[in-house]
Design a binder for this molecule. Structure first.
Ligand SMILES: [Cu+2]
Length: 322
């Protein structure tokens, strides 16, 4: 049987330090709650009134008791204050050598961009042992980027940047949540944080497609299907368009060459033009049941890359089987 887990997994020393403070606060609270409750019950019974003649004289001199009763709580709350303040300042001040990652929240996904322009969605790959600074904003409503294993959480607000940082101290996979209720599919706004060895991170960073804006070529640009698959995976499609339960976008895997139902009741053939147009102008032909369009990839994917995505979609289609 799994032991009862009282706190989330721990992936940084900050998380352990915060847990220690947490247990200190819980311990102090429990101690005084029990002690005071016991005194109330004991005194209520011991000194219950029986007859007027047994009523004791009021105590007039209790200096020692008053001093003890003031000094001890004072010391305790000062410990809590300085301990909490130290951890708070640590949490708010990213080291100057941090790796900076841009985070954009959007109903209902996390978009992340690495310093070299490489993007990913709902997944975040970072190297171990390097402080990571997140600069965050939102395209629509307030979200909140939450890394339970690091005990870090920060609101992500439209129209402004917020910051948060963490130091991954061990490799592994950890959860990313949105901690601010942001709409009907808030609960799907989850992702994975992959903490990799430094060399694995470098390899990951350079292995795949980098950025349409800069025209940086991906490793396998000469193979349009493989290149398209990489673009597909990097740009959320693997998370959104594959028909997993509760997906926020229509399943378009293995659908190339078929008729697609649209929100306005008509149908359209999923061909090159339709795919290209939907990538650039997602509002034009809304898929049935998905009245909210994705954001446009205009200026994100260049024409070559769009063609690679189309090549990939074609490669997986099996119209004859339908
Ligand atoms: Cu959200």
């Amino acid at each position: 049987m799994k032991a009862l887990q009282t706190t989330p997994d721990t992936a940084s020393s900050y998380a352990s330090q915060l847990d220690t403070l947490y247990w200190f606060l819980i311990g102090v609270s429990i101690f005084f709650t029990v002690a005071i409750s016991a005194c109330i019950i004991f005194f209520a019974i011991r000194y219950r009134r029986q007859s007027d003649s047994e009523r004791p004289e009021a105590t007039k001199d209790g200096k020692l008791l008053e001093i003890v009763g003031s000094v001890i709580p004072f010391i305790l709350v000062m410990i809590m204050f300085f301990w909490g303040a130290k951890l708070y300042f640590d949490a708010r001040m990213p080291p100057s050598d941090s790796l900076e990652i841009l985070v954009t929240g959007k109903q209902w996904m996390w978009k992340l961009q690495h310093p070299n322009g490489k993007r990913e969605i709902n997944d975040l790959h970072v190297p171990v042992g390097v402080p990571i600074k997140l600069t965050m904003t939102s395209e629509d409503v307030i979200h909140s980027f939450y890394l339970p294993a690091f005990r870090k959480k920060m609101d992500v607000v439209p129209g402004k940047y917020t910051q948060m940082w963490f130091l991954p101290e061990k490799t592994g996979t950890f959860r990313i949540f949105c901690a601010e209720y942001c709409g009907t599919e808030h609960s799907l706004m989850i992702g994975n944080l992959y903490v990799l060895e430094q060399h694995e991170y470098e390899e990951w960073l350079n292995r795949r497609w980098v950025d349409g804006d800069t025209g940086t070529q991906m490793a396998s640009a000469d193979d349009p299907v493989a290149a398209g698959k990489q673009i597909w995976e990097v740009n959320c499609a693997a998370a959104c368009h594959t028909g997993r339960p509760g997906a926020i976008a229509p399943n378009i895997v293995n659908k190339f060459g078929t008729m697609r139902d649209l929100e306005d009741g008509t149908q359209i053939l999923m061909d090159d033009e339709y795919v290209r147009n939907s990538i650039l102008y997602p509002n034009d032909d809304l898929a049935k049941g998905y009245p909210a369009a994705m954001s446009s990839f205009k200026g994100v994917l260049n024409p070559t890359q769009i063609n690679q995505v189309i090549a990939y979609l074609k490669s997986q289609s099996d119209v004859a089987a339908e």
